[in-house]
Design a protein around this ligand. Structure first.
Ligand SMILES: C[S@@+](CC[C@H](N)C(=O)[O-])C[C@H]1O[C@@H](n2cnc3c(N)ncnc32)[C@H](O)[C@@H]1O
Length: 319
């Protein structure tokens, strides 16, 4: 991996500074392979001793294009114990071209729906191979056509892919379904992929909390309900009727009194737990967790009724 490259527009052999602090010990020359030397435009990132050691170890790369020299540093991989690997990793992009990615995309989605400039699975598999092991979690927050998720799946990694475009539906999800069914494109043959596994597809709802961590003003019942249900049960709520009974999980019923869900907008009406409100709630014969603005039932009454009362917004957990 290259961490530095610069081209001085004046055409002089100069380097970009590597650090923002002004430190005299970072200003020194590095000998060039042609016998010359090179000074930083401002300063290097490393102390001289370290840079010269890297030079001696063949870790600095000099490149001159149109009279402008640049220097880069080859970063080496570390093994799981943090030891530096003795051998240099091979360049990881040899043999993988975007044409191959396009061919894979056509095979998956057809000529008309192919993806623009998709990476080939073989390329992504090398990144996955050198940076993770089976069972690890791979994140691609810009999923595109879903190559990373498909590769991670075939290589026994768990994964999270995030995609804002419609192709999350038209490309990513169908592609992963094909992977599960055992499609034989991309790296399938080289990793012996036979199909299996599964994935979950979620749509992000509205933001529940504001920047300060408070419940967002005006949040709609169903969004808050989905959040509370998930934070209590760690399971998605799915689509439901607008009812204060969010559902029953492992014998406990979860209720939310919010935004006049009971049709009574008066203060102390729909959002506050009173005996009258309780009597109007869908019945559950067992423990109940009830979220509301406040409770008119005292601690003893709540206990006798097998109710845990939680106050919105204070008891709504961000996670
Ligand atoms: C270049 S593509 C991703 C390529 C893909 N990671 C690969 O390896 O082939 C970038 C994708 O990021 C998506 N994207 C951009 N901004 C995003 C955001 N804020 N949240 C989610 N997806 C985003 C775009 O819709 C596009 O599909």
């Amino acid at each position: 991996m290259i961490i530095l490259r610069t081209a001085d527009p004046t055409g002089c052999s100069h380097y970009q500074h590597w650090s923002n602090d002004d430190r005299p010990n970072l200003k020194y020359s590095i000998p060039l392979p042609n016998g010359g030397e090179i000074w930083p435009k401002k300063q290097w990132q490393w102390a001289k001793e370290r840079a010269l050691r890297a030079l001696e170890d063949g870790e600095l790369v000099f490149k001159t294009v149109k009279g402008v020299t640049s220097v880069s540093y080859k970063q080496y991989l570390r093994d799981s114990q943090g030891e530096e690997r003795k051998t240099k990793p091979q360049t990881i992009i040899d043999g993988f071209y975007t044409q191959r990615g396009t061919a894979e995309s056509v095979a998956l989605f057809g000529e008309l729906n192919k993806f623009s400039f998709p990476k080939p699975e073989g390329l992504i598999s090398q990144f996955v191979e050198i940076s993770s092991k089976e069972g690890d979690l791979v994140l691609d927050s810009f999923l595109g056509s879903g190559t990373t998720a498909a590769v991670a799946h075939k290589m026994g990694r768990r994964y999270i892919g995030i995609e804002m475009g419609d192709h999350a539906v038209t490309h990513c999800a169908p592609r992963l379904r094909k992977v599960i069914e055992g499609e034989q494109g991309g790296i399938s043959k080289s990793v012996g992929w036979q199909g299996g596994g599964g994935f979950r597809f979620y749509r992000l709802g509205s933001t529940v909390f504001d920047e300060a961590g408070n419940l967002r003003e005006g949040i709609r019942f169903e969004h808050l309900a989905a959040h509370i249900w998930f934070s209590e049960t760690r399971t998605p709520r799915g689509k439901h009727r607008r009812t204060p009974l969010l559902g029953v999980h492992e014998g406990t019923a979860y209720y939310l009194l919010y935004n006049g869900i009971l049709g009574d907008q008066r203060p102390g009406g729909g959002n506050v737990l009173t005996r009258a409100v309780l009597a109007g709630l869908p019945v559950h014969d067992g423990p109940k967790v009830i979220y509301g603005e406040s409770s008119r039932l005292g601690a003893a009454a709540l206990e006798a009724l097998n109710i845990v009362f939680k106050q919105t917004p204070y008891d709504v957990r961000a996670r």
